[in-house]
Write a protein that binds this ligand. Structure first.
Ligand code: 5GP
Length: 190
């Protein structure tokens, strides 16, 4: 299998990572979204096979044993998420570059695995208060899940220094432009 390049985008959830990933996908850079598998329930408008492959925790464990994942993680208790080997191979076989939307630990693991073939971006909220406000506005969190996510976010911010590029998301339009320039530069380099 001819290995191509890949793009890793990580952030504390609510930092605007998904919007940036969607923007990059629409820029004609030859990127394709690597659809992860997860055992968490489907939310709102999410589609199976497009946002995630939604599978049970039991099926997830079977696939771990079968070696189906490049990396996987129990991001929240009982909630598994993993990058599928089959997705990476499918995208490279089509001559494109996978883009991964993964948590901070998964992102660093993917960078370790793919090395110089990977460009890792950390999307950072301007402040931790701004992040809390965004999550509240999104309206998908219960008070308890908000507390869990905020606790995790504080830990995750400390990892930003290990990323190739830190993108401070103060203004979404500006962040999208900066992400585009950084990714284009990486993909054009030999
Ligand atoms: P959410 O439940 O909000 O969709 O995702 C929760 C977190 O899991 C996010 O930070 C998301 O990027 C991360 N995530 C999604 N897919 C994967 C994956 O395949 N591997 C890892 N390590 N994290 C993932």
């Amino acid at each position: 299998m001819e290995q191509g390049k890949c793009i890793i985008v990580s952030a504390p959830s609510g930092a605007g990572k998904t919007t940036i990933v969607h923007h990059l996908l629409g820029c004609g850079l030859g990127l394709d979204f690597s659809v992860s598998a997860t055992s968490r329930p489907r939310r709102g408008q999410e589609e199976d096979g497009k946002d995630y492959f939604f599978i049970t925790a039991g099926e997830f464990r079977r696939r771990i044993a079968a070696g189906a994942f490049v990396e996987w993680e129990e991001v929240y208790p009982g909630r598994f998420y993993g990058t599928l080997r089959s997705e990476v191979e499918r995208i490279w076989a089509a001559g494109q570059h996978p883009i991964f939307d993964v948590d901070v630990v998964g992102g660093l693991r993917l960078k370790d695995i793919f090395g110089a073939r990977a460009f890792s971006i950390f999307v950072s909220p301007p402040t931790i208060e701004a992040l809390e406000q965004r999550l509240q506005l999104r309206g998908t969190e219960t008070p308890e899940s908000l507390r869990t996510r905020m606790g995790k976010a504080a830990e995750e911010l400390a990892y930003s220094v290990k990323y190739d590029h830190v993108l401070i998301n103060d203004d979404m339009g500006q962040a999208c432009r900066e992400a585009y320039e950084a990714v284009r530069g990486f993909l054009q380099a030999p």
